[in-house]
Design a protein. Structure first.
Length: 253
């Protein structure tokens, strides 16, 4: 059940030219209990006093609980995109260490499901839409250890500098044979390309994986155009709608 609380900023760093990684703790000292894939809402007011809110997926990696189980964390991590003229960008971009914001959560059902038995997960993301998958890594590790499962992450960005947490996903792939990470670069290849890199949009690379209804569960998170295009592609390959989970990220001023 969602809760309302205040968050205090502990640390922040730039992940990309227009994305900041922020680390918070609850002011009341309580941990956050959430399921990887869920999000928080930050509450604030426009300059005219109108109340508003923005949603941010929780990027914190938990303790490796099974899919469907909640995890408990003291540090709450999110990734915040810069929106030109955006009210939330001003609030969070200017927030000093020790600064406090109002928040609520967790919300959402974009989570790995314990009842899923399909042998392969297809995880697709663009931009900050990759943050839920970072939170899921301990769960994915546990799934892979049980055997009989594979996980493929297709992550779309314009160039290498915009691959959020890319080194973490590559390191995870290097130590977990059942996990494949493909950076899908649409504008510019890396100076030192990886064998696993792909060129073009995520939804186009998806066809290489030959999705199949008996094998795959798909998760789509990020830009609405990518989510819609990938959803249509998956349906063309025969995946029923219940096996396609979607979360769209829409930038707001």
């Amino acid at each position: 059940m969602a809760d309302h609380f205040q968050l205090r900023l502990l640390d922040s760093r730039m992940l990309a030219p227009a994305v900041r990684h922020m680390v918070f703790e609850r002011v009341d000292g309580q941990p956050l209990v959430f399921q990887p894939g869920q999000f928080l809402q930050v509450h604030f007011h426009y300059d005219d006093g109108t109340a508003t809110k923005r949603s941010y997926s929780i990027a914190t990696t938990g303790d490796g609980s099974s899919p469907g189980a909640s995890v408990t964390v003291g540090r709450i991590e999110i990734a915040v995109s810069y929106v030109d003229g955006g009210a939330a960008t001003k609030l969070l971009g200017e927030l000093p260490v020790g600064g406090v914001i109002d928040a609520s959560g967790p919300y959402g059902r974009f989570c790995l499901q314990e009842a899923d038995t399909h042998p392969r997960y297809l995880l697709l993301a663009t931009g900050t839409g990759v943050t839920p998958y970072r939170a899921m890594l301990p769960q994915i590790e546990k799934l892979l250890a049980q055997g009989g499962r594979d996980v493929v992450l297709l992550y779309g960005a314009r160039n290498e500098g915009e691959l959020l947490y890319g080194e973490e996903f590559e390191a995870f792939a290097g130590t977990h044979p059942g996990f494949a990470f493909h950076a899908c670069l649409s504008r510019e290849a890396r100076a030192l390309p990886r064998p696993t890199d792909r060129y073009g949009y995520v939804q186009n690379v998806l066809t290489e994986l030959a999705p199949h209804a008996e094998r795959d569960i798909a998760y789509l998170c990020g830009n609405p155009n990518m989510v819609d295009a990938a959803f249509n592609t998956l349906k063309e390959f025969g995946l029923p709608v219940p096996q396609i989970r979607r979360e769209k990220y829409v930038s707001s001023r």
